[in-house]
Every structure is written in C-alpha cells, then in structure tokens.
Write a protein that binds this ligand. Structure first.
Ligand code: AMP
Ligand code: GLY
Length: 423
C-alpha cells in the first residue's frame, strides 16, 4: 500500500516509524514531515491545512490510505476531503472531530449522556460571564472553547485571575476565534492520566496508558506547553480503574457520538483525572497525543497500519491490541524560551548515535535540513524515548540518551516521571 501521513512533529515521527514496520506499507509519504521523518518517508512540502494540494498529491501518487494525525486538519475536515475524493483515510471526519474541536460540545455531550466530568457553565458574553464569576467559588478553571494548542486553559485562584482570563480569551482574543466562547469549570484535583483508544465507531480497543507533563518548568511550574515529556504505562491507572472507565466513560462516549449522528472512527484520547470521587474526563482529543504517541507506539506489538485500516473499515472487533511488558519514558528537548520566544536554525549534533538502536529513539519534533545539516525548527525540537524493563530503568536510559545530542539553547525538564517514585 502507498500511505500518506499528514503532520510533521514528534508524534508523526513515532507514527511513521510504526507504519513503516508494517509489511503492507510499500511506500510512505509524509506532508510536511521533518528531518527525522525524512529517513523513513518521502517528505513533501505541503502544509497540513493545504487541503486541495494534499488531495491532488494523494490522487497523483495513487495513495491507498491517508493518515491524518494533527487536530487542526481533522477539525477542518481533511478526512472528509480525502474520502470524498475516493481516498481512504484514518481519523474522525469533521462532524466527529468536534469532540476535540469544541470543549462546549464535549461538555454538553458528557452532561447529556451522564459521562463523569467537572461541573461547568458556558458563556459567550464576556460581561455576563464576569458578573457570574464575581459570585463564583474559587479556584475554578476557564477554558477557551476551541483549539488553542493545549494552551487555552487558565486555572483561576480568585476573581482577579478570572477577570484576567476573560480579558485574555474573550476580549483580547489571544486564541482568536477559539475564544469566542468560554467554558468555566469546577476545579478538580487528582492524578492525571492519558488513555489513548482506537475505535471504529462500534468497538473500542484501549492502548497502554501514559502520563504527560504539560508545564514548561520543573515541578510543574511555568507556562503550559504542548507537552515536555511522558511515561507509559501509568502505575496509577490500574486494571480496575481501566474496567470502570471502559464501562462509564469510553463505551458511553462512543455510543453518545453515534446517538448524536457523529460516529467516531480513529483515536479518542481521554484526558482523565483520577479524583477522590473516581475518574473524571478533563478533555477529549480526537487523535494521538504528542508526546504520548512517542511512549505508547514503540511499546505496541500490533501492525499499526492494520489497526488503522480496521478502524476505517469497521472491523476492529477482529483485532486485539498487544503491548510489550515494559515501560517507556520520553524527555522532550526544547529550545530555551519555549513556549514563548525561542531561536530556530541551530545545528543538532549527535543524532547518529541513535541509528539502529532498538531501545533508544530520537523522535524529531521541530527539525529540518539546512545546507545538508539537521537544524532546529520549532519550540519542541526532539523527543528522546527509551524503553526499559521498569519505568525507573526507562527514565534512567532516557535521561542518559538526552546527553547524546547537543544544540545551542537545548532545554529540558529534569523531573519527567518523578511521579514514578511515588507509585
Ligand atoms: P485540558 O487541555 O482541558 O486538558 O487542560 C489542560 C490542563 O489543565 C489539564 O491537563 C489539567 O492539568 C488542567 N485542568 C483542566 N481542567 C481542569 C479542572 N477542571 N480542574 C483542574 N485542573 C484542570
Ligand atoms: N500531550 C497532550 C496532547 O497531545 O494534547
């Protein structure tokens, strides 16, 4: 099969690696890809939102299967564009991707179908929201309704914080249209866990769990980022919790989407909080997480292409997922200053050390070729993943491997997986 992968970050590098291992993947293209993906796939310089160009490219090359990985093109309807052109595609269509694309939709869905989540109210009028917030109980959480790269979530300790949040999101429009509406949520506490699942709209298959580290600084300080590191599995996500979530959260979500006439095919990523009162949904994503994919996929034994095709064809009931009985840790190497201001174009040295290594991986997030060299090209530059027989061993190996590569202004958190010590 000829496969086209859409995306160009660390998640897509991990997906490309797994797709490439499938015996059915004869040829892999990636748009736009990056310097790491270019070792596995033929990269083509088309942006993820250039739908017409992507469709024309896929038709010209005779692509059999297109895999859409990032949220923006999913929410924008790229899967619909491919399918309407007769190209099979992996991922939810536009109607289903709203599960991630609108937090208000997701919250209303959960309320309607009794799926456990934080209590909330939606507002589309800033003045009215401010009046209500004056009387509210704190802390609480204010979220921009739309896609904001995981950054449109503000935890407010008091009314002053809430005023700032409303100003930033609704009045200054820091996240553009995504902030036309806000969701105000009850503040919950507990451990967070990311659970990625495949679904064909009928059957759900659960991948091994993971935990992300969203803040830029050690000890969860600093700004929210796309994710600074992950580990898998989460020792706090027990088989009993998994069974409970399957019955009360995962199956009801897939059924709710069917009832709403928005059948979901693809990956549903459940962002959960394990509260004292039981697991609650923090958010839904309609795709693999980044950098969750970088710790989950290297541990998956299945043929990823086969699983993705089964999601599209509605035959996921024929497949059981299998994971290695080990652990993985990913430490993101970012450019100092991320997520605000940072340099690009810095030469990266030491990448060859990872070649042929089957337990240490260097997933490229923001890299490109310049004058025959690999240079940084984003805030998150690389994701260094290591596998180990235990989480502690994987963490030790991952941190060791972060020293193999160097680039100017390399920045990493030193406490990825610190929760492992509390398990
Ligand atoms: P989200 O993008 O909705 O997952 O939010 C980003 C992060 O904000 C989450 O990973 C949590 O750490 C935090 N968060 C979101 N919603 C809540 C909530 N209701 N209570 C406490 N923390 C939250
Ligand atoms: N790592 C969180 C996300 O991909 O949204």
């Amino acid at each position: 099969m000829k496969v086209l992968l859409v995306g160009g970050g660390g998640r897509e590098h991990a997906i490309a690696r797994s797709l490439k291992m499938s015996p059915d993947c004869e040829k892999l293209y990636c748009a736009p890809g990056n310097a790491g993906i270019a070792q596995l796939a033929e990269c083509v310089d088309i942006g993820v939102m250039e739908f017409d160009k992507l469709k024309d490219f896929a038709l010209e090359k005779g692509i059999d299967f297109a895999v859409v990985a990032p949220d923006d093109p999913l929410y924008g309807g790229l899967v619909d564009v491919f399918e309407e052109a007769g190209i099979k595609a992996f991922g939810p269509n536009k109607a289903a991707a709203v599960l991630e694309g609108s937090k208000a939709f997701a919250k209303d869905l959960m309320r309607k179908y009794g799926i456990p989540t934080a209590a909330y109210t939606c507002y589309d009028d800033a003045e009215y929201a401010l009046k209500q917030l004056e009387l509210a109980k704190y802390p609480l959480v204010i979220k921009a309704d739309g896609l904001a790269l995981g950054k449109g979530v503000i935890i407010c300790m008091n009314y002053d914080d809430a005023k700032d949040a409303v100003k930033e999101i609704m009045q200054d429009k820091k996240f553009g249209d995504a902030g036309r509406r806000i969701v105000v949520e009850e503040y919950m506490t507990g451990r967070e866990v990311s659970v990625l699942t495949f679904t064909d709209g009928k059957t759900i298959r659960i991948m091994s769990s993971a935990q992300d580290h969203k803040r830029a600084g050690d000890w969860d300080t600093g700004l929210n980022t796309g994710g600074m590191g992950t580990f898998s599995p989460s020792p706090f996500y027990t088989p009993e919790i998994n069974d409970w979530c399957l019955e009360h959260i995962f199956k009801p979500t897939v059924e709710a989407m069917n009832s709403e006439g928005r059948p979901f095919k693809g990956v549903i990523f459940f962002g959960l909080m394990l509260t004292e009162d039981g697991p609650r949904v923090l958010e839904y994503n309609a795709r693999f997480g980044d950098p969750e994919a970088q710790v989950v996929l290297p541990r998956m034994k299945n043929d990823l292409l086969e699983v993705m095709l089964a999601c599209r064809e509605g035959t996921l009931d024929k497949i059981d997922l299998e994971f290695e009985d080990n652990a993985a840790v990913c430490v993101v190497l970012a450019s100092r200053g991320y997520p605000l201001q940072y340099d690009k174009g810095k030469e990266i040295k030491g990448l060859e050390r990872f070649e042929g290594d089957e337990s240490h991986f260097c997933f490229h997030a923001g890299t490109k070729f310049a004058d025959g060299k690999v240079v940084s090209n984003g805030g998150r530059v690389l994701g260094i993943t290591a596998k180990g027989s235990t989480l502690k061993e994987a963490r030790k190996e991952a941190y060791e491997a972060t020293t193999w590569v160097e680039f100017e202004n390399k920045y990493l958190r030193s406490d990825i997986g610190r929760a492992i010590d509390e398990a």
